[in-house]
Design a protein around this ligand. Structure first.
Ligand SMILES: Cc1cc2nc3c(=O)[nH]c(=O)nc-3n(C[C@H](O)[C@H](O)[C@H](O)COP(=O)(O)OP(=O)(O)OC[C@H]3O[C@@H](n4cnc5c(N)ncnc54)[C@H](O)[C@@H]3O)c2cc1C
Length: 381
């Protein structure tokens, strides 16, 4: 295995980092305070090709390979986790359509998504069905050549802003994915969730009241919705892992910067071994996480299964970013507890990363399933 970035990947990495440092990082504080990722920023990202990052050129995508995509997600996460989450939810919706859509569906939706004309949102979770999506209650009742969707989806990132939703509902044959246009009569968005962090991402419920969706908008096969959702999770896990890598790097940068300026007992606190230990442990976690991501994305680029590796990267990423943000607050002392210091925002944002895209507990179940498979022991959540 050779994870060395090729020339193109190196160039992309540089370009993503430069753009994010110039255009996104300076806005991170305002995005959090105002609770909104500016449309103008998303337009800029679309112009750079980021909103179609991994989509093929046929759909106006940038056709990045998975390694380059993780470099983009890492750079965005490093600059600002809120708007990076908006981007992530959009990309995973596009990936679901790319992987499971018909040619007509891909032609209709993906170009508009890549161009930033339509933001994507992925509606799987329900108030009573989170870790166990098979328990969803939202119904899809056949009605002539349409389906009527009734129910509530919760925790939908980008709801209210999205033009294209992928919604999962229970048809007579089983859970089924649907592509649902934002202007579908009967689809309404709920009030904004007031979240601890990731405040630049709009998270709302979706209310479906006899929302009429043509059968032509079924994503994948009828009754195969859980397969569609789970296969999209491989990409989602890797994407979120890359966001956490960027966030953890940013936390360490902030810790190093503070420790290199703050003096106590007449010397920089960076000279104190207790502080150095925090910085060293953070670096260790960051590099371990990077290797998990590199391995998973390398497998993806080779066209090999990467589900298990992506799950491990996401699981570890959620832990690594939270622990890093936590210890970097400690490095800041009391200043870390003041909202004016960006590390406190990062800490709030980091907390979501062990829940979004599947909780750490469920991801441990998936890892344990893999570990125990050879012993012939079946592991269920
Ligand atoms: C910021 C954010 C953005 C999100 N965006 C989206 C989105 O765009 N689209 C979407 O569909 N969803 C989204 N979600 C929802 C997310 O996927 C769910 O929150 C997550 O899957 C957990 O579901 P839950 O919240 O219902 O918790 P529950 O499933 O009720 O779990 C509660 C607790 O019990 C644990 N638990 C549950 N079952 C088991 C088990 N079998 N073994 C051990 N422990 C278990 C969980 O790990 C957790 O600790 C988002 C969540 C967050 C926080």
């Amino acid at each position: 295995m050779d994870f060395t970035l090729n020339e193109e990947q190196q160039m992309f990495g540089q370009m993503f980092g430069d753009f994010m440092a110039k255009e996104v990082a300076p806005r991170a504080e305002a995005i959090d305070a105002e609770g909104e990722t500016p449309s103008e920023l998303l337009e800029q990202a679309a112009m750079q090709g980021f909103l179609g990052a991994i989509l093929p050129e046929d759909y106006m995508g940038a056709a990045l390979d998975m390694t380059s995509y993780t470099l983009l997600a890492e750079a965005w996460g490093r600059a600002d986790l809120s708007s990076a989450t908006v981007f992530h939810a959009h990309m995973m919706t596009a990936m679901a359509i790319l992987a499971h859509g018909t040619e007509d569906q891909k032609a209709t939706y993906l170009e508009a998504m890549a161009m930033g004309e339509k933001l994507g949102a992925f509606a799987l979770t329900e108030p009573a069905a989170g870790s166990d999506p098979a328990g969803m209650l939202t119904e899809a009742k056949p009605d002539g050549s349409d389906y009527l969707l009734n129910g509530v989806k919760s925790w939908v990132t980008n709801a209210g802003r999205a033009g294209t939703y992928v919604v999962f509902a229970r048809a007579p044959e089983g859970v089924t994915g649907f592509i649902v246009d934002a202007d579908t009569p009967g689809l309404k968005v709920g009030g904004r969730e007031k979240t601890l962090g990731l405040r630049g991402a709009e998270i709302r419920a979706l209310y479906l009241d006899h929302a009429r969706v043509p059968a032509a908008n079924v994503l994948g096969k009828v009754g195969h919705g859980l397969r569609v959702a789970l296969s999209t999770m491989d990409f989602a896990h890797l994407s979120l892992a890359a966001l956490t890598l960027g966030g953890a790097e940013q936390a360490l940068d902030l810790g190093v910067q503070f420790a290199s300026e703050r003096k106590q007992f007449g010397v920089l606190i960076a000279k104190k071994q207790a502080i150095q230990n925090y910085l060293a442990d953070a670096k260790l976690k960051i590099e371990a996480l990077r290797h998990l991501i590199e391995h998973a994305s390398w497998l993806a680029v080779q066209g090999k299964p990467y589900s298990f590796e992506a799950t491990m990267a996401k699981l570890y990423g959620g832990q690594a970013i939270y622990e890093t943000a936590n210890t970097m607050i400690q490095v800041h002392g009391g200043y870390g507890y003041i909202v004016d210091y960006p590390i406190s925002r990062l800490y709030r944002d980091a907390r979501a990363m062990s829940i979004i895209g599947g909780s750490a507990e469920i991801q441990r179940v998936l890892v344990a399933r893999h570990v125990l498979a050879e012993a012939g022991i079946e592991v269920k959540p």
